[in-house]
Ligand binder design. Sequence first.
Ligand SMILES: Nc1nc2c(ncn2[C@@H]2O[C@H](COP(=O)(O)OP(=O)(O)OP(=O)(O)O)[C@@H](O)[C@H]2O)c(=O)[nH]1
Length: 225
Amino acid sequence: MAKAYDHLFKLLLIGDSGVGKTCLIIRLAEDSFSSTYISTIGIDFKIRMVDIDGKKIKLQVWDTAGQERFKTITTAYFRGAVGIILVYDITDEKSFENIQNWMKSIKEVGVGHGGGILGCRGGILLILSCLQNASAGVERLLIGNKCDMEEKRKVQRDAAEKLAKEHGIRFFETSAKSSVNVEEAFSTLARDILQKSYRKAAPSSGQPLLEPGPPRKTGGKCSLV
Ligand SMILES: Nc1nc2c(ncn2[C@@H]2O[C@H](COP(=O)(O)OP(=O)(O)OP(=O)(O)O)[C@@H](O)[C@H]2O)c(=O)[nH]1
């Protein structure tokens, strides 16, 4: 029977309240948009399958609450993520300034450490995978959302490009409303994660160091971390 997917990537969206995290995820997973604002309480996730370089990738995209009072809860979910999308609103200067604070939160919490991510395939390779995640960190992406509201723009593209460059990460301006660059941003992040994992894999294995798809019946022994 064909595998349902080759890899599962846990991604996380963070950023100030109201920047459009939920809308971006709904655009990605359901291709729809609502202008009604219901602030996220706690945390939730949606699934989207994507095809990257011939691999079926299951994106498990976690939506976090931007409100400060939920920060302790949401940062607890940073662990185990292989990708984090930092979102600001191009019409809200403060949400852009706060990206630096969100960056700090990622560093403080130490994303990707363990997180019970391993299944049983190739035994030792999977244990290595855990160590790699801990040391190499997570793949990050910067998004300036609501680019359909050009007339209300407060954050210039150049400033965001500069910030992204300083942190060595990619940057997209998106609109969850008009469906601009949403697909591209998530696919690019997934591709970067996949390629990074191939680069780190043992040259002889040719396998990415990521959470594999559904476990297959093999005779190998491995302990789940
Ligand atoms: N014009 C426009 N409005 C958007 C866009 N994305 C989101 N919005 C609106 O912005 C408001 C907030 O969107 P949410 O997705 O709920 O924001 P959030 O970041 O999840 O907010 P919290 O859950 O409080 O952290 C809603 O009224 C959305 O309709 C966009 O791309 N363009």
